[in-house]
Design a protein. Structure first.
Length: 102
């Protein structure tokens, strides 16, 4: 069975909530807590979608996203961005990382 969702989130309460909600909806879930682990898990697990926090240790979500979009194997992977930062600033950074920011 293929993995549905990889969650890259370092805040335990948010990670626990996402895990609970998505598993309850029937999705298979794996999680990591830093940017480097997210990149390694993407290659190993090949999820259908990535839920990515922008403020991660080791590599930021912006760095992870930029690398995902530069890689032929992951460039089309759907990514849901999580952030507590302001919308305009985040949107500008996402655009420079290959996302629409909308």
């Amino acid at each position: 069975m293929a993995l549905d969702v990889l969650i890259a989130e370092d805040e335990p309460s948010i990670l626990e909530s996402l895990d609970f909600i998505l598993k309850r909806a029937g999705w298979s879930i794996a999680s990591v807590t830093d940017g480097e682990a997210a990149l390694a898990a993407l290659k190993r697990l090949k999820p259908r979608v990535l839920v990515l926090d922008v403020m991660l240790p080791k590599r930021s979500g912006f760095e992870v996203l930029k690398q995902i979009r530069a890689d032929e194997l992951t460039r089309d992977l759907p990514v849901l961005i999580l952030t507590a930062k302001g919308r305009r600033r985040t949107a500008a950074r996402l655009k420079s990382s290959g996302q629409t920011g909308s």
